[in-house]
Design a protein around this ligand. Structure first.
Ligand SMILES: [Zn+2]
Length: 206
């Protein structure tokens, strides 16, 4: 267990690996998308683990995590832009802009789109800061540093406030998510190794 309470591989979850499809997700996987037959979990020839397969046509419903792309935008002054979330989960708390990558866009396009939607800022994505698994949510969260190149901060339903913080002034007790906390810790280690982040607050959610 490290200082910031994550496993040795950086995964950010309380769920054990190898526990199968999370129950909330399994509950939505009842019928075959090919023929409408019932899906059943069990051994499938040629597969090394149990799969959801259709009893009628044999179609296999593979279940894989989705990618959440998130951005750590930096101003010219080197300040980090965070948004105060307007929606649950984490309403009223601070997080980096981001969201699900769409199937027809690249990671870079997704980062630019999500950041613009939530902040009004146009960014140029740069280095990868971290990549975090959340098994309980079936997502992988990518955090990428970016440079603000255009636009102006804009408040929306998604973002009650858009604010740039000096590295010394990151609002640690009001961080929305574990993955935000870990991305900020990793960014600090990369750019401001002289600064030590506080331990993660217990109230910090997902
Ligand atoms: Zn089927």
């Amino acid at each position: 267990m490290t200082l910031d309470d994550r496993g040795p591989d950086g995964r950010s979850t309380d769920v054990e690996s190898g526990a199968g499809t999370p129950s909330w997700l399994a509950a939505s996987l009842n019928y075959c998308s090919n023929c409408g037959g019932e899906l059943q979990l069990g051994p499938v020839e040629g597969e090394e683990r149990h799969r959801l397969a259709c009893g009628s046509c044999g179609h296999i419903a593979y279940v894989n995590p989705r990618l959440v792309v998130t951005c750590l935008p930096l101003t010219r002054a080197g300040e980090l832009v965070l948004i105060r979330r307007g929606l649950e989960p984490g309403k009223g708390l601070w997080a980096q802009p981001g969201g699900f990558l769409e199937v027809d866009e690249t990671v870079t396009e997704g980062l630019i789109r999500e950041t613009f939607e939530e902040t009004g800022l146009v960014v140029a994505p740069g280095e990868i800061v971290g990549l975090y698994s959340r098994l309980e949510a079936a997502v992988v969260v990518l955090a990428v540093e970016a440079t603000v190149v255009d636009g102006s901060p804009r408040v929306t339903a998604e973002a009650l406030d858009v604010r740039a913080f000096r590295a010394e002034a990151i609002p640690w007790p009001q961080i929305a998510f574990k993955t935000t906390y870990w991305a900020l810790v990793d960014w600090l280690a990369l750019r401001h190794p002289e600064l030590r982040p506080p331990p993660r607050s217990r109230h910090i959610g997902r």
